[in-house]
Ligand binder design. Structure first.
Ligand SMILES: N[C@@H](CCC(=O)N[C@@H](CS)C(=O)NCC(=O)O)C(=O)O
Length: 222
């Protein structure tokens, strides 16, 4: 039996989606973020030393990293749906998007989150605020902002020509890409990107996605 260690409002929601698509038997162990720090509870560290979600307990041990978990599930359970593409071009796209999601798209999103938190914390006393703002805006404008904008344009251009990320059917690459994209749509940062918005709607319309949302509980994309 598989157990997904599921943190509220986290990347493990996409693993639930995949397990619903694959119709595998699984349990969910629920964890709640700390209301002040937003971090995972220490109990998750007892399951895997990294203490981050998702973690999947399998007959072979505990595995972390959503990309690795997607590969594990696809390798062991995908037959007719969500299988690794066999056609060469689709397979190449599969590898690319599977890794692009966490390797290139998530880092500027996480940096943005951390820097905006630093901006809030650094807004008192009031005379510090202009300095904090200048520092945060400087870092965002110099690197993370343009980096994210370039990635968004690339994803938009790809999705304006393709329904799914790797081939004609959804795959693990879509499972990896949905988390950053739904966050970008929910926060309004993808408002000028029609293909990305349609794509997120397309995923959200899938019965397995809806079933996963019901099972996972609270999930605020942004
Ligand atoms: N690259 C990892 C990131 C894992 C990660 O940072 N997960 C977040 C939730 S989305 C987490 O557990 N945050 C709470 C914490 O770090 O304490 C993955 O894709 O699994």
């Amino acid at each position: 039996m598989l157990t997904l260690h599921h943190l509220n409002n986290s990347r493990s929601q996409r693993i639930l989606w995949l397990m619903e698509e694959l119709e595998v038997d699984y349990d969910i162990a629920f964890y709640q973020r700390d209301s002040v720090t937003n971090l995972a509870p220490d109990s998750l560290r007892a399951v895997h030393p990294l203490g981050r979600s998702p973690v999947l307990s399998t007959p072979h041990g505990a595995i972390a990293e959503s990309g690795a978990i997607v590969e594990y599930l696809v390798h062991n359970y995908a037959k007719d749906v969500f299988a690794t593409p066999t056609e060469a071009e689709a397979l190449q796209q599969y590898w690319f998007w599977l890794h692009f999601a966490e390797g290139s798209l998530m880092p500027p999103l996480v940096a943005n989150l951390v820097l905006e938190k630093a901006r809030q914390k650094g807004s008192k006393p009031f005379f510090i605020k202009p300095i904090t703002d200048k520092l945060v805006d400087g870092i965002l404008n110099a690197y993370y902002g343009p980096n994210l904008a370039q990635s968004l344009r690339y994803v938009e251009s790809y999705l304006s020509k393709n329904t799914w990320f790797a081939g004609d059917e959804p795959t693990g690459a879509d499972v990896q890409m949905i988390f950053p994209l739904e966050s970008l749509v929910a926060s309004g940062r993808a408002k000028d990107f029609a293909a990305i918005q349609s794509y997120v709607k397309r995923v959200h319309a899938r019965p397995a996605y809806k079933a996963a949302l019901e099972k996972g509980g609270e999930y605020a994309y942004a």
